[in-house]
Design a protein around this ligand. Structure first.
Ligand code: 5RP
Length: 275
């Protein structure tokens, strides 16, 4: 069993990596861009750094993936507009719960998956920023969040169980967790190694009552991954003391990859990525 000290050190390393990669990602933003602002603790570091750049004169328009991101970004001085007020988004930067080297991801640990996916779907470039614990060979260790409508939720839960999933309704502070869209979330546990993320994404979304699930396939263009993050003297908010950020990027335009995937149902070859 891991000692308390080991756990503490792992937590500090993870926080240091989140800060490192979040701040690095903020440098990708260019003047005049419409930027999709992700949700979660890694995105928080990105938004905070972005706000500093805005104070230094960078002009951007933000589109938030959740209410709490909207509030935070606006309070830091970033101009945030409604998603319906933009035609498309130049660059979205968001966190993830798990991601593989083909840039398939599980998102929604923080419950914002629906808005995150909608924002990603209208973005020209989608960069997921992660600490080193989130990178996996195959998705499925992290429970897959499924957003469902509240009406008949117990029946939707049963349907998912009948499909063979270990499904659990999400709760928070003793009540059912409610998303920004007024929906509930069911987490699917013990999926372990998902063979075909794209097929699973579509099949879950096909069930009545399901609004969306946290599998992101064919949407992500880049992954920034922090490695070897080190504890900073003032814990996670102090100066960075180490670590590197690696960049993995889809080489071909996303729509071309999607077409190939859609028409031929095959995985994107490794050579389409560069690090
Ligand atoms: C929220 C998300 C987050 O991006 C994901 O849960 C990662 O969060 P964190 O950066 O706090 O680890 O999908 O719905």
């Amino acid at each position: 069993m891991r000692s308390l000290l080991d756990k503490q050190q792992a937590g500090d390393k993870q926080q240091a990596e989140k800060k490192l990669v979040g701040e690095k990602a903020a440098e990708l933003v260019e003047d005049g861009m419409i930027v999709g602002l992700g949700t979660g603790s890694t995105a928080f570091f990105m938004i905070r750094r972005l706000a500093e750049r805005v104070r230094d004169g960078l002009r951007i328009t933000g589109v938030a993936t959740s209410r709490r991101t909207h509030e935070m970004a606006a309070s830091l001085g970033i101009r945030v507009v409604d998603v319906n007020d933009v035609d498309s988004i130049d660059l979205t930067i968001d966190g993830a719960d798990e991601i593989d080297d083909r840039l398939n991801a599980i998102k929604g640990g923080g419950g914002a998956l629906l808005r995150e996916k909608l924002v990603a779907s209208i973005s020209k470039r989608v960069v997921l920023i992660i600490d080193s614990t989130k990178r996996v060979d195959r998705l499925g260790r992290f429970p897959l969040p499924v957003e469902i409508v509240p009406f008949a939720w117990k029946h939707t839960l049963k349907k998912l169980e009948r499909e063979g999933y270990r499904a659990q309704i999400r709760e928070k502070d003793g009540a059912l967790f409610v998303t920004d869209g007024g929906n509930y979330i069911i987490d699917l546990h013990d999926l372990y190694k998902i063979e075909d993320p794209r097929k699973l994404e579509a099949s879950i979304n096909n069930l009545p009552g399901v609004v969306e699930n946290g599998l992101f396939t064919g949407l992500v263009t880049d992954m920034l991954i922090a490695e070897n993050g080190r504890r900073s003297p003032n814990r996670h908010d102090g100066p960075q003391t180490g670590g590197t950020v690696r960049h993995l990027q889809r080489r071909i335009p996303r729509h071309a990859a999607n077409e190939l995937l859609g028409h031929r149902h095959r995985a994107i070859p490794e050579r389409w990525f560069r690090s």
